[in-house]
Each structure stands twice: as structure tokens, then as C-alpha cells.
Design a protein around this ligand. Sequence first.
Ligand code: ATP
Length: 611
Amino acid sequence: MAEPKNTDLMEKVVSLCKRRGFIFQSSEIYGGINGFWDYGPLGAELKRNVKELWWTTMTRMRDDVAGLEATIIMHPQIWKASGHVDTFSDPMSTCRQCKKLVRADQVWEQLTENAWAQAVAELCPGGQVDVARLLGWAKSKGQRIAPNLALVRNPELTLSWLAERVQQNPAPLEMKELYQHLATEQLRQTGLVTPCPHCGGELTPPRPFNLMFKTHYGPVESEDNLCYLRPETAQAIFVQFKNVLETSRQRVPFGIAQMGKAFRNEVTPRNYTFRSREFEQMELEFFIKPDEVVEAQAGAIATVSAPGHPGEPQPNWGWQMWHKYWVEERIKFYEGIGLPRTTLEEYWQKPEELAHYARACVDILFKFPFGTQELEGIAARSDYDLSQHARCSGKPMGVFDEELRAAWIKLDQTKKDELWKRYFEARRKYLEKTGETIEKAAALAREDADGLAKGLYIPHVIEPSAGVDRLILGLITHAYSEVTETDAKGKSESRVIMRFHPRVAPIKVAVLPLLKNKPELVAKALAVRDLLRPHMNLFYDEAGSIGRRYARQDEAGTPYCVTIDFDTLGEKPELLDTVTIRHRGDTAEDNGRQERISINELLPWLLARVR
Ligand code: ATP
């Protein structure tokens, strides 16, 4: 059964994002542009925090990862080598009537969201065909909401085919078949056609549509200076692999991290920012030794035996342990910024879903209001990428490993033969896939396998690839909560509290003088603001009642409010130079809890919580 969608929550989130300045439609005053989004003041801070945390976790806190910041436009041959020019496409159909474009693999999902398909489902519950009701609908409401549906254009003929079908088999129809029947006018000539989700018209058979945005460099627009906006950040990492290796003094296993813009001309951008045409990625390519090399050096490969995090990396880890390690590390990251494991799911791609070069791929899914969908993919991509760039650029991408050379000498001949054969077979398979003749592939693979004895190999890679914008959307939908409060006069009111984890919250602390017309309070509050401001994003607010100001911060997701009152000034001498900290709180029960703290302790107190 399809997962229930929380459209209500999604509508509230979209409205809040606009009202409070998290996310705006790009180019809004000109009517917007489909698939492009801007981040407002709160959204920009939230995004910055997420990227900063990813960068710190993945590079600065590790000895084995180096960073990279490459250009968006790169040599067009990179995209030929990576396979994007030939295969980075989605199947696309066009509606013969309304001319809208539809992603062929999303037709049925989109259909169930559209009014005409929902109306048909109500007229024929569970696929139980009701010809009379369909005819009535076709001649009334159907004309407005599905003008191009065969049933609406030619009801008698379309229904006669359907009646024939029901006569042959009176069991209820699958809904998909029912929709197809209602969209088919000339059954004998065309067979069942696929309906356009928008108007019910006939969709063309799917054809591949390349998702890369094209442009040209230099003043002349010709095939010779055609180039692409990068559809992912990862390829730059592969092509700069050697430069980073040589300058960072890293040795395999090690990773290169990059984050930045990526562009995909998605056929149907949807679900708010989830599928955009311009978005940001945070990608790591973690280079590891091929299993044959690990086995030569460590004697045997560690196997994944228990669920959960496999612990600190070990020299006997092959690709499976490294892959598992990165899946767990990434989940740990999400937990650390406020997405509990219960909101995430792991989807292990089935062998038939994997790209031919991939050993495994896990999608980390998040429970969005519109369904459980991919947040990040973690793939074990073998040595495919480096091999492709080595082959297409003519520049070697292998590494020399003295430890391997020394270990190889000590192996007995049987072991050498076994490892050599395994490495040879993997290389031969890859080379044959690239189109080399059987003889040439075998000859090249032999050279590669002979390299093991000299300490040479091409590293394999584990790729955790995450989308910034999807994560932001996940954090926003997860943070959204409403509380209903009743005032002293018995009047109830609902308001929004955004329960962001303090590490990602756009505003870490609000500084509030109790009253704005008391210069001593304001002066003290400004001093507190200046004390904290160099260390974190804060908001100074003196306008309105203190209750209203707290509520405004709750809606922005600010975890702490600092109030400067008369006790701060020494009205009660024992409270001189102390402030009230109000916690937003992460449950309805502890929301609004307050405590008193000395100004001297304020900065370390906050830093310990917001970093
Ligand atoms: P999908 O199947 O959802 O199109 P994908 O498998 O093509 O995603 P990858 O190529 O693995 O995605 O890209 C890595 C990450 O980049 C995704 O997990 C996602 O978070 C992000 N991403 C990919 N495409 C988009 C997009 N159009 N809009 C926003 N984020 C995206």
C-alpha cells in the first residue's frame, strides 16, 4: 500500500518557511522559476551550520580526509569519462495533447496526486468498474478536470472497450489498467496507452532525457566549446586525486571531501526543495586498498559479523567493512544534528539495481511528510571512476605502496597466484565492459595484476554522497511542532515551535532586555550581545512584550533566550550580573524552563551547547 502523505504538515511547513524567511521561491516577483529556491535569512544560517558541521566532521576532525573546492564547469571530457554524457538521463514522456513533460518512471505516483485520477478512484473503488457513473462523470466534471482523457473526448467508444474487457474478466481491474483503459480511444490500433497525469491525454513512449545543463565557454557558441554545469561534485575529486594525494601527504586509505553546487535539469522538480534543478551536495570519496592488496598485507580480510558500527578502522578492512563503517558514520552524523535513527531507514539496493561497477549501495532514507525518500547514498564503487579517468585522460591513477611490495615478496606462490588471479579477473571484467577486445582486455589486465608485485594498484572507493537541501528540508519538517496554550482568560491559541538541535539552529541565542525604555537594561543587554556576537549567530530584540519575543524565537527555532532584567542590574544584590536563560526545550513539558546564570559563565555555557 502507498505510504500516507502528510500534505497538511507540508503545507504548514511551506507557509512557515516563507513567513519566517527560511525558504523563498527563486525569482518570486517574476512568477518564480520551477525547481529553483532561495534561502532567506534563517534558511541561510541553517544551511551554513549544516555545511560547517559536515565539513568539520568529515575533514577537520579526521586525520584521513582532505578537502577540495573545485570549479563548477570542468573539461567536458570528464563527463564523457564518467558516463554522464551517455547515460545520465531520466526516461521522459510528452503528453500529445497538453504537451507537458512527465518523468515516465513517476507517472503513476503523480497520477494518484491529481484530481481526475482521484475522482476515477472514487467512482470505481478498488477497480470495480461502474460504467454508468463513469459516463455521467465524463459528461460533467470530467470535462473540466480531464479534458483530454479518451473517456471524456469519446465516452461511448472508450467505455465500450472497457465493457468488453470487463465481460471477458469480471474481476475488479488493477487501478493502473483502469486508468490506461480510460485514456485509450483506439484500443485495436494503439493498445493500452499511458495517461498524462495532468490532463488525461496520451503520453508518448519514454525517451532518455539527459539531465545535464549545457553552456559554452568563450565568446563563440559551438560544439567545440560546449561544456556542462556539473551534475555532481564527485568527479572533480577523482580528477584531482593525484594532486591531492601528492600535496596532502595522505596515503590510502584516505578520503577527499568536497561540497558545493550541482545542477540537474530534472524533468519534474517536485516536493518543494526535495528535487530541485540547482542544489548543493556534500560528497566524500574515500579511497581504499583493493581487497587483494589488503589480503596480501594483512593475511585475511575482516568480515562484517555484527550489526552496528564496526569501530575504529583496521588494517584488515576490505571494502565491505569500510562501506559498513561509512554507513554507520553517516547515520551517527544525522543523529548528532537532531535526526534520530527512528526517522531514518537504510535501503540496501538489490544486486539487479546496482550499477555494473558497484559492489553495494545503501540509500539513507528520511521519513519526509510526502514519503520516505533518499537523503544520502553510500556506494562502494570499486576502482571504476579512477580507472575511467586513467583510461580517458591517459594519465596514470594508480598508487605505489611500499608496504604492498614488501608484503608481496613474503607471500607463498599459491597465495600470490590466487590474489593475482582475482585482481586480474576484476580488471579484465572492467576492461571488457569499456569495449576493449577480449585479447586487449586480457593483456591490459595482466599488466595491472603484474603491478601488485611492484606495489602498484588502483584504489577502490566508498562514496557517501549527501544533498544539503534535502537535509535542510528534513531538519525543518522534523523540527516543526505546534503547541496549544490557554491564557488566563481561557482563550486557546496554537503556535509553532521549531525544535532544531542547537548545533544547527539558525539563531543560537536571543538577547532580550526586559524593557526597552530603561536605558540601563538596554545598555547591559547590548554589552551581553557584544560579548556573545563574535562566537555565534544571535538576535537582539527589544520590541514587544517579553512573551511575544519568546514566541517569535520559538518560531525561528532559537534554543536559548537570555533576558536582562532588574536583578541583572542588582535589584537583588545577590543576582547582580546574572541573566535568565529560557530554554526552548525539546518537549512540550520542558518548553519555557528558565534558569539563572552569571554573565561570566554565559559564553562557555552556550558554547558547550551550540557547537
Ligand atoms: P534521486 O534518485 O532522488 O534522483 P540520486 O540517487 O540521483 O537521487 P545521487 O546522484 O546519488 O542522487 O546524488 C546524491 C545526493 O544528492 C542525493 O542523495 C540527494 O540528497 C542529492 N540530490 C540529488 N539530486 C537532487 C535534486 N534534484 N535536488 C536536491 N538534491 C538532490
